[in-house]
Design a protein around this ligand. Structure first.
Ligand SMILES: NC(=O)c1ccc[n+]([C@@H]2O[C@H](COP(=O)([O-])OP(=O)(O)OC[C@H]3O[C@@H](n4cnc5c(N)ncnc54)[C@H](OP(=O)(O)O)[C@@H]3O)[C@@H](O)[C@H]2O)c1
Length: 304
């Protein structure tokens, strides 16, 4: 029976929708997540750093460009944004971007306390919270172990009172690992943050196994060693087997390595670019390399 006009329009609409389905499904593919051991909550394995990249002051053009990066991050399914009072105007700019893009309810707000006098921790945290414009932080970390005993007391008390969801501590550049290890052994922590990338792998020997043993989530900072690794490899050819691990660029190759370590919960690459934030989050859509492939990745890098 011939279709009437309404049926014809309806079937054309369905046909054009069907043509869009593969793309639609792809855009909606959920990011891979890992569980925070202390709660079981699932977190996308790629987040967003903010050191330098979001420290753009009050320049309106730069702020709006940061808001575009943030919007692209949330559009791709990202959740964790990491900052610190140490990062200049970054917290204020994050607050501006969250308001502008309407994403305060989506963010897994991750910040730090960084002040030598433990008594001043609560005021600094409250200032940070106001700058972000969130009701409470999801995760607060003692930045670089500064006054960590006093700040851990503050953060644990906030968590007990329901003013904070998770407590953590950070280090970077391979600094003070022995002290971090002692703290991890002695104290109940939800998260640690440390530097891990294909060129900085010392944490594989003790800290990452310890985090797994104690059920502590791990955030990897400096996944590109602040772009140094991208510069180092960008002239080199990606291995032919890179597509087997879903890596179409060096950035994706490097990030895949970081997030595929079983102890790493989430990496927080920083960027000023929308295309880069998309590229980074794309690494969390395909399967991750297993141990054998990870060793192959390391061996390949060594030969370059
Ligand atoms: N102690 C601590 O707690 C601590 C210490 C260090 C870092 N962190 C946290 O970790 C975050 C990440 O570390 P980081 O900022 O030092 O370095 P990073 O994330 O290793 O590198 C950032 C650089 O990589 C470039 N980049 C990002 N994505 C790219 C892509 N797809 N292709 C090419 N280049 C790309 C960015 O340049 P473009 O702008 O051109 O994309 C940026 O210059 C920090 O922002 C901070 O939140 C914490």
């Amino acid at each position: 029976m011939p279709l009437n006009r309404r049926q014809l329009i309806g079937s054309l609409a369905i046909a054009s929708l069907n043509a869009l389905v593969p793309q639609f499904v792809r855009a909606q593919d959920a990011l891979l997540t890992k569980k925070i051991p202390s709660s079981g909550e699932a977190l996308p394995i790629v987040g967003l750093g903010s050191w330098i990249t979001f420290n753009v002051g009050d320049d309106p053009v730069a702020r709006d460009s940061s808001a575009e990066v943030m919007q692209a991050f949330f559009d791709a399914g990202g959740r964790m944004i990491d900052s610190s009072p140490m990062y200049g105007s970054a917290q204020e700019v994050i607050g501006y971007c969250l308001r502008k893009t309407g994403n305060a309810a989506n963010v897994f707000a991750t910040d730090k306390v960084w002040i030598a006098n433990g008594d001043e921790g609560p005021d600094q945290i409250e200032r940070s919270r106001t700058l972000w414009g969130v009701d409470r932080f999801d995760l607060l970390q003692v930045h670089n172990l500064v006054a960590w005993e006093a700040h851990l007391d503050t953060l644990n008390a906030m968590k007990d009172e329901g003013k904070l969801r998770y407590v953590g501590i950070t280090t970077s550049h391979g600094r003070r690992h022995n002290e971090l290890e002692r703290i991890m052994r002695k104290h109940d922590l939800d998260f640690v943050q440390l530097t891990y990338n294909i060129a900085d792998r010392e944490v594989e020997s003790r800290l990452l196994p310890l985090a797994q043993e104690k059920g502590i989530a791990v955030i990897a900072n400096r996944p590109f060693r602040r772009k140094e690794l991208i510069y180092r490899f960008e002239e080199e050819k990606l291995p032919e087997w890179a597509d087997e691990i879903g890596a179409a660029s060096w950035a994706q190759f490097l990030l895949k390595f970081v997030i595929s370590h079983p102890a790493i919960t989430c990496a927080v690459p920083a960027t000023t670019r929308v295309d880069h934030v998309r590229e980074n989050l794309e690494t969390a859509r395909a399967a991750l390399p297993g141990e054998k492939m990870r060793q192959r990745m390391v061996a390949y890098i060594r030969e370059l």
